[in-house]
Design a protein around this ligand. Structure first.
Ligand code: DGL
Length: 268
């Protein structure tokens, strides 16, 4: 038994899509979230910078006494996970493996589209995992660099977002994929737009449920479940706490109830 919180981080608000699922499926677990809102986006940056930022994010969460880390960021999970696992001794869970497994399990025509940040797509992490799971799977990767700024600024159901999404999704339509991995934790906010363009038969697989399942199994394996019976939620950001609280509730689909504090992430 371990009553310490689970640490979760992302470049900004996107990781809250994973937090929402953790709250629902693991209601006894406390969560300490860090959103690097002062340095978002990560997805267009070099491997060196992404690794440096992620190292600081984890150092900060460790200073808050977390028992495990969920990297609720497709970019960091794709680009820096093995480095981070070697560097730190606590359990670190990324989003790629479990999400790819979920997609491989639902595709029927074995054509899977992968949407992600430039960093995620350039890393080839999702394609490698899918091929490892089933070499017959054909992948159609597509970087979507404008999605994160659109979502972070609340442009979710507007016509500009729809047009940009049409452009990003066209190659996936042309190849007739039956499954799409939303390979960035911001993208579930665009599910309706994507479903509208692709049609309701296309299966959209995001990281929240598969990653949550992975966390749950890990807590059992390591006998690390909380026994306290009540969960506390704390949020930390590297830019304004006010704007995080406002938009964060859209991601969580409920009010942010725990405290939100701004920290100096460069100190970690
Ligand atoms: N949510 C992050 C991801 O899953 C966003 C990346 C970014 O900040 O560009 O990749």
């Amino acid at each position: 038994m371990d009553n310490r919180p689970i640490g979760v981080f992302d470049s900004g608000l996107g990781g809250l899509t994973v937090v929402k699922e953790l709250m629902k499926e693991l209601p006894g677990e406390s969560i300490t979230y860090f959103g690097d809102t002062g340095r978002v986006p990560y997805g267009t940056r070099s491997k060196g910078i992404i690794t440096k930022y992620a190292t600081q994010d984890i150092n900060f969460l460790i200073s808050r006494n977390v028992k495990a880390i969920v990297v609720a960021c497709g970019t960091v999970s794709s680009v820096a996970l093995s480095f981070l696992r070697e560097k730190f001794s606590l359990p670190i869970i990324g989003v790629v493996d479990a999400t790819a497994k979920a997609a491989a399990a639902v595709t029927v025509n074995k054509k899977v589209g992968i949407l992600g940040t430039s960093g995620t797509i350039a890393s080839g992490a999702y394609e490698r995992k899918l091929k490892e799971l089933d070499e017959k799977i054909e992948t159609v990767p597509r970087e979507c660099p404008l999605f994160v700024p659109l979502v972070e600024n609340g442009h979710i159901n507007c016509i500009e977002t729809y047009h940009i999404a049409c452009n990003y999704l066209q190659p996936l339509k042309d190849k007739e994929v039956d499954t799409i991995i939303l390979g960035c934790t911001h993208y579930p906010l665009l599910k309706e737009v994507i479903a509208d363009i692709m049609g309701s038969d296309t299966k959209l697989v995001d990281s929240a449920a598969p990653t949550c399942g992975h966390v749950s199994r890990l807590l059992d394996e390591k006998d690390m479940r909380s026994g306290s019976g009540h969960a506390e939620y704390r949020y930390f950001v590297s830019d304004s706490a006010d704007s995080f609280s406002k938009l964060g509730s859209v991601f969580l689909q409920k009010e942010i109830t725990g405290s939100v504090s701004q920290i100096e992430i460069e100190q970690y």
